[in-house]
Ligand binder design. Structure first.
Ligand code: LLP
Length: 420
């Protein structure tokens, strides 16, 4: 039988859901709910799929930390030899705290502050993916003050349509990201003249949850044209960063396997000496994680039935924010008739839903697993309604590692005080 769940290490045994060799019921009993649960084996196999597909090529996989920045998760990737794609000084600090190698860090983002630049130069990161002319000048100045040369790539905007959700498409002319493709050549010239910069590569990223490799291959072709044009001008690049973006199955999507996604890109650069970098986030962690939650109340209604759970939009914002679909399954099969439910949280907003119209055979107090929640789940969580963030757990074989404790209420206002 093919795996019924999008998470490769999740299965039902005697009617109870297990992640690797741990019953989800046991995690709830030990750590409470809501809790994010990640599978080390699933994280590892997702990363190894990239490594296998890139074997024999100069290549670096830089995990996009924004997808899931828990130190436990970062340490799993660091041990596998991953690089990291960061977008803030905070993410750099996390990577270093988790044992990541600064020499394999690329720094993306349109708004890098001077302090963030300084810290990243001092740490010795591999590359700044520079997103504007003004940033280039600022980075040169900051590097000069430190007496260092900062390695740079320009993040170019190849203006291709990634055919994904408009909020997560980044490579169109109308997006705020990257430098316009037509300006890149002149900016590289400028960069090569600035005394405190070392031109190292080129970067692009066109969007997220991509299900079709064609737009990426189109972007890669454009980038290759630029690389050749620069070489003819005497500006030789050492690496080409093609960003992240590979999609995952949430419901019935059919994303290409990592190898099939990379094959057309590798074909574009066949026989080239430049190192290829990738910045995958979602495809490394999305289906390695789930959100475990408990039903507080079943509330039958004239129009709809509600299952009110202890997780909410502050824990998992994707449904409210993007109308994203996450599979919801009962952790233990129960012999009651199935009903259709709106799965909602306790927050005082009608937008606080996790799933619409799902058929479940459940009773009060039952546990639910919200699947495919390993990416952009915990990292986009908030404390709205003064709700402490969920705990986080990594399952490894038959072991349960608590990698983030549940936030306590007093910690939520520890930095505040009443007016004197
Ligand atoms: N590199 C750059 C420069 C990025 O902007 C992103 C994601 C990635 C890499 C990683 O992309 P991935 O492989 O994860 O697709 N919050 C949204 C997704 C936002 C993605 C932003 N950029 C969501 O929950 O769907």
């Amino acid at each position: 039988m093919s795996q019924p769940y999008p998470t490769p290490t999740l299965r039902a045994i005697d009617g109870a859901l297990m992640l690797e060799n741990v019953a989800l019921q046991e995690i709830a009993a030990r750590c409470g709910t809501p809790t994010y649960v990640y599978s080390r084996a699933a994280l590892t196999s997702a990363f190894e799929a990239y490594q296998r597909a890139l074997a024999g090529r100069r290549a670096l996989v830089c995990y996009a930390v924004k997808a899931n920045s828990n130190l436990g998760v970062l340490s799993v990737f660091a041990r596998l030899g991953a690089g990291f794609d960061i977008v803030s000084g905070g993410e750099l600090a996390r990577v270093l705290a988790a044992g990541g190698d600064a020499g394999k860090v690329v720094f993306s983002g349109v708004g890098k502050s001077r302090a963030e630049m300084r810290r990243a130069i001092e740490a010795g990161i591999r590359c700044f993916n520079v997103e504007s002319a003004a940033e280039l000048e600022r980075l040169d100045e900051v590097a000069g003050q430190l007496g260092r040369k900062a390695p740079i790539a320009l993040r170019v905007n190849p203006d291709v349509d990634p055919k994904t959700h408009p909020y997560i498409s980044t490579g169109l002319k109308s997006n705020k990201f990257g430098v316009a493709f037509d300006d890149a050549f002149a900016l590289y010239r400028r960069a090569s003249q600035l005394p405190n910069l070392r031109v190292s590569g080129v970067a692009c990223h066109i969007g997220s949850q991509l299900l079709d490799p064609a737009p990426m291959a189109e972007a890669a072709q454009k980038v290759l044209g630029l690389v050749d044009k620069l070489a003819a001008e005497g500006i030789a690049l050492d690496h080409i960063d093609l960003g992240g973006g590979l999609g995952i199955r949430y419901r019935d999507e059919n994303p290409p396997a990592v190898a099939d996604y990379l094959a057309p890109l590798l074909a574009v650069f066949a026989g080239r000496r430049e190192e290829l970098c990738f910045e995958p986030g979602r495809s490394l962690v999305g289906n390695a994680g789930l959100l475990l939650t408990r039903i507080e109340y079943l509330k039958p209604g004239a129009d709809r039935n509600f299952a009110i759970v202890d997780a909410a939009m502050n824990d998992l914002a994707r449904p409210a924010l993007y109308d994203a679909y996450h599979e919801v399954v009962a952790v233990r099969a129960r012999d009651v008739p199935a009903r259709r439910y709106e799965i909602v949280g306790p927050i005082c907003e009608s937008g606080d839903f996790l799933a619409h119209d799902r058929s479940l055979a459940v009773a009060d107090g039952d546990l639910l697993a919200i699947l495919s929640a390993g990416a952009y789940g915990m990292t986009m969580s908030s404390n709205y309604n003064t709700r402490g963030r969920a705990a986080e757990v990594i399952v490894d074989g038959d072991r349960i590692h608590l990698v983030r404790e549940r936030e306590t209420v007093d910690s939520l206002y520890a930095l505040e005080k009443p007016l004197a």
